[in-house]
Design a protein around this ligand. Structure first.
Ligand SMILES: NC(=O)c1ccc[n+]([C@@H]2O[C@H](COP(=O)([O-])OP(=O)(O)OC[C@H]3O[C@@H](n4cnc5c(N)ncnc54)[C@H](OP(=O)(O)O)[C@@H]3O)[C@@H](O)[C@H]2O)c1
Length: 296
């Protein structure tokens, strides 16, 4: 039996991935800031600020999947919140590596989330691929620092994969549930792209990254069908049988309400799924309509 330690396993993606891994015969454990007495997985403590991890977490571990990170859209991006967003991803990655080195753990692979925000939120027709440089906004900086810490695992001869994840569609939370307003409208001019992926496909992608030892480096975790905010909202309204108002929520209102965070609502890049498809990965939900119907 292969052992997978998941940081942030208690989160939206972590819970779905834990369950899929367990159903495939993996032994799953979590690294968490909290105790989860009702969880069916062993749970080990860590404290990133105090550079502490319960060493028992690493006993017989084969793979680490690093999903921990403070919610990007949970709070306004004050200076303090920006530090929390960065540290929860970057300091946590460095802390994991320091324990791997100290305890001389021979991991089969370190697999981490990153985000399509790496490219910056750039509305336009350019389709970003994995070898494109990072953008300039705050989330691009977060992802650049995050991936900079992830890549250090390679120096320990550990196979390392980072999944630049798009908007994850799940019936259990996340962006989709926030969209469930009584009337659906686009945001701003609606032209910003919304690279998305169905939760089931994302979990399958993580499992492929675990099982396929030829996977190495960075992969975009997005579905092949490109949707902008307007077409996404229309499809959403149709599938969830809600009225659609084509007039977008004004950009200035969103800017006033969310401050700098409004950039991720009002702008969005197109992102390619070619690289992951070239590994042989098959999407169960390549089309938004089918993905939404499955989550109704
Ligand atoms: N969901 C999406 O649409 C999406 C899109 C792109 C990228 N991602 C990335 O994928 C990863 C997982 O996403 P998710 O949607 O599952 O997130 P989530 O539901 O918010 O869960 C993240 C987990 O991270 C841990 N965490 C939260 N704040 C933390 C902090 N300050 N320090 C350390 N750990 C903290 C928590 O676990 P404990 O409370 O157990 O410690 C939490 O359950 C995140 O890094 C996220 O940025 C998600």
């Amino acid at each position: 039996m292969q052992n997978v330690l998941i940081t942030g396993g208690s989160g939206l993606i972590g819970r779905a991935l834990s369950s899929m891994l367990q159903s495939k015969g993996y032994k799953v454990s979590w690294l968490s800031r909290h105790q989860h007495p009702r969880s069916e997985y062993s749970c080990f403590a860590w404290d990133i600020d105090n550079a502490y991890i319960d060493e028992k977490a690493f006993e017989n571990v084969d793979f680490i999947v690093h999903l921990a990170g403070a919610g990007i859209a949970d709070k306004r991006w004050t200076k303090t919140q920006k530090k929390i967003i960065i540290d929860s991803r970057v300091a946590s990655t460095k802390l994991l590596l320091s324990y791997i080195q100290k305890l001389k753990i021979s991991l089969k692979a370190f697999i981490s989330s990153s985000a399509i925000g790496f490219y910056g939120s750039v509305t336009g027709e350019m389709i970003f691929e994995e070898n494109n440089p990072p953008g300039n906004d705050f989330i691009a900086k977060v992802c650049r620092l995050w991936e900079g810490a992830i890549v250090e695992f390679q120096k320990e001869n550990i196979r390392t994969v980072a999944i630049r994840t798009g908007i994850v569609l799940s019936a259990k939370g996340g962006a989709l549930m926030k969209m469930k307003t009584p009337v659906i409208t686009p945001l701003g001019n609606g032209l910003q792209y919304m690279p998305w992926i169905h939760m089931k496909d994302l979990c399958s992608l993580y499992i492929q990254a675990i099982e396929d030892s030829s996977m190495n480096g960075v992969y975009n975790g997005v579905a092949p069908e490109h949707q902008n905010n307007s077409s996404f909202s229309k499809e959403f309204a149709m599938v969830f049988k809600r009225p659609f108002l084509p007039v977008g929520a004004p950009a200035f209102v969103l800017k006033a309400a969310f401050g700098e965070m409004s950039t991720i609502l009002l702008n969005g890049s197109r992102v390619s799924s070619d690289k992951i498809q070239s590994t042989g990965f098959k999407f169960e939900y390549p089309l938004l309509k089918d993905a939404l119907v499955s989550l109704r």
